[in-house]
Design a protein around this ligand. Structure first.
Ligand SMILES: C[S@@+](CC[C@H](N)C(=O)[O-])C[C@H]1O[C@@H](n2cnc3c(N)ncnc32)[C@H](O)[C@@H]1O
Length: 252
């Protein structure tokens, strides 16, 4: 499965509109969607605000978004870490779902947003916590080693599998005031009760086959780990455990 197809599939399971209900946006807002990928959230904002900028490192995604963009949607291929928020006139809102977890310097980026955003402006972050281990049974053979792998990944400046748990402190430390928070968001793929559907399981298999860093660390053990993850996802005893968190904050 290619990445566009994998990400397009995920859009069906996210139910984005429910997040927008809590965001204090208005029709004059100028919003940035950081790590917009295939652009579904950007499109939802484009129907509700004055202008939306979608930014992503992946040029294919940006090309894909540009090809179907509306007049008030602007797509930029760039690294979020280098994004100059001051260049967005009247920036009043920022959305970042499952993207700041990729950054080495999320606090610098959130600080730069705070500086550039208008008073009364908002930031909404949605991200994972214990992304992989949170979907494994705690008593399975490799639970602890996967948990350790997640922590090591962060320490070595790679992907932060627990970024969701840090969002509140990062926002407050940058000067934002938290106005809404849900630390256990139901997500049909990432944080749910019961067994996954066959379609979602196929997406998980595609994800597991592209986690090269994890494959390298675990070597021959990786297949057993994948089997444990898949068996947990497939089990009626699978439980949601705070793996997805959502927070909205404002600049007073
Ligand atoms: C897991 S996807 C989430 C996509 C989308 N926001 C969503 O919630 O469906 C992460 C996205 O962030 C982008 N990304 C990762 N690191 C980035 C960076 N440093 N700068 C810009 N985009 C980045 C990836 O290309 C990818 O499209």
């Amino acid at each position: 499965m290619n990445l566009e197809k994998e990400y397009e599939n995920q859009q069906k399971w996210r139910h984005w509109e429910r997040y927008l209900e809590y965001i204090p946006y208005n029709e004059d807002d100028v919003v940035v969607d950081l790590g917009c990928s295939v652009g579904n959230v950007s499109r939802l904002f484009s129907m509700r605000v004055k202008k939306i900028f979608g930014a992503d490192l992946n040029r294919n995604f940006i090309g894909y978004c540009k090809a179907k963009s509306q007049q008030n949607e602007i797509y930029i291929s760039c690294d979020i870490s280098d994004f100059d928020f001051n260049l967005i006139d009247q920036l009043s809102g920022v959305w970042a779902s499952f993207s700041l977890s990729y950054l080495k310097n999320p606090s610098e980026v959130i600080g730069a947003i705070y500086t550039a955003i208008k008073r009364g402006g908002w930031i909404a972050l949605l991200d994972v916590s214990c992304f992989i281990s949170g979907n494994m049974f705690k008593d399975c053979d490799h639970y602890q080693s996967v948990r350790n792998f997640e922590l090591e990944s962060y320490k070595s400046g790679k992907y932060d599998f627990n970024f969701g748990s840090k969002m509140q402190d990062l926002l407050i430390n940058s000067g934002f005031e938290v106005v809404y928070q849900n630390n256990d968001v139901t997500d049909l793929e990432l944080n749910f009760d019961g067994a996954v559907s066959e379609e979602i399981l196929q997406n998980w298999k595609a994800r597991l086959s592209r986690l090269k860093g994890m494959q390298r660390v675990f070597g021959y053990e990786y297949k057993d780990i994948c089997d444990e993850i898949i068996s947990s996802l497939n089990s009626s005893n699978h439980e949601k455990r705070g793996n997805v968190k959502f927070i909205i904050a404002k600049k007073r």
